[in-house]
Design a binder for this molecule. Structure first.
Ligand SMILES: [Zn+2]
Length: 300
């Protein structure tokens, strides 16, 4: 049995799958925010709960909103800031009495979809989370490619390519730079653009609903988001040329993206020739927790 844990800023979800990827059981609890020891204790309790429910023991993988530095072994870049500077993998391994594997949550999405999701069996998979923020992850042959700096796939903090005068220098990001992709192609970015161009405050979900109802302001703001997303994905193709993109997160539910992006990509990809499929994550919200479980991959 494999256990995956998705450590989010508001909830911790844990799931157990059997050797065929069939879900056995799952459970979630609220994240003890700003409480590191409480976070460890909550994960240990979840794992024990799944094991007593199934009567089996499992390997454990965890997805976190950050990464572990190769250099220091400490968590970095987590927006759940109480994890930063901690040896989370070692502390969890000690608390659970077994080796725990940890990866960035967007990398977990890529691994999940590459293993038995929308991109099953593909060689190079680029996963994109379009949620409150925007993250990216790379899986090669179903395994995380984090890289020596742990920043593989961190596309959300590259600047928007081919910026127009009005897009320069762009909004300030929490990472300290201006104009990051995250500030444009995310729920936050969509709501910000809508507010700046219309003067009205609406959530990303409301804007997408208005777009689907054909409201002009929403059509314009989604048009800009799709063009910006196409520019960002084009630079990924120009560097990595993945076999497939898989989109997860709340905005990935907007079906128009899958018609629009393939038409826009040739405007930006070098040479204009693009056949890269852009697919919706098969497991939706569960991709992160499934990918964490698959950090202990099938024997190949
Ligand atoms: Zn940034």
């Amino acid at each position: 049995m494999r256990i995956g844990v998705d450590l989010g800023g508001t909830k911790i979800e844990a799931l157990a799958i059997d050797e065929n990827g069939e879900e056995l059981t799952r459970h979630r609890v609220n994240t003890p925010r700003n409480d590191y020891n409480g976070t460890i204790a909550a994960i240990v309790e979840l794992v024990h709960l799944l094991e007593s429910a199934t009567g089996r023991t499992g390997s454990v993988g965890a997805g976190i909103p950050g990464s572990i530095s190769e250099k220091t072994g400490l968590v970095k870049n987590a927006n759940s800031t109480w994890l930063n500077g901690r040896v989370l993998d070692k502390d969890l391994s000690a608390a659970l009495g077994r080796e725990v594997r940890i990866a960035n949550d967007a990398n977990c999405l890529a691994v999940s979809e590459a293993t038995d999701g929308a991109a099953a069996g593909k060689h190079v998979v680029f996963g994109v989370i379009l949620g409150t923020g925007c993250g990216g992850g790379v899986a090669i042959d179903g395994r995380v490619h984090a890289g020596p700096n742990g920043t593989g796939g961190e596309w959300g903090h590259n600047p928007l390519p081919w910026p127009k005068p009005e897009e320069n220098p762009g909004p300030l990001c929490y990472c300290g730079k201006r104009g990051c992709m995250e500030m444009w192609v995310s729920g936050t970015g969509l709501a910000l653009d809508y507010k700046q161009t219309t003067g009205n405050q609406r959530t990303a979900r409301e804007i997408i609903a208005a777009f689907e109802a054909g409201e002009k302001d929403a059509l314009n703001v989604v048009d800009r988001l799709e063009d910006r997303l196409a520019r960002g994905l084009a630079t990924v193709i120009n560097i990595l040329d993945p076999d497939v993109f898989v989109l997860g997160g709340g905005l990935s539910l907007a079906q128009h993206l899958y018609e629009s992006l393939p038409k826009r990509l040739p405007n930006y990809v070098f040479g204009g020739e693009v056949d890269t499929p852009i697919l919706q994550a098969k497991f939706g919200d569960s991709s992160g927790v499934r990918g964490a479980a698959w950090l202990w991959p099938l024997q190949r």
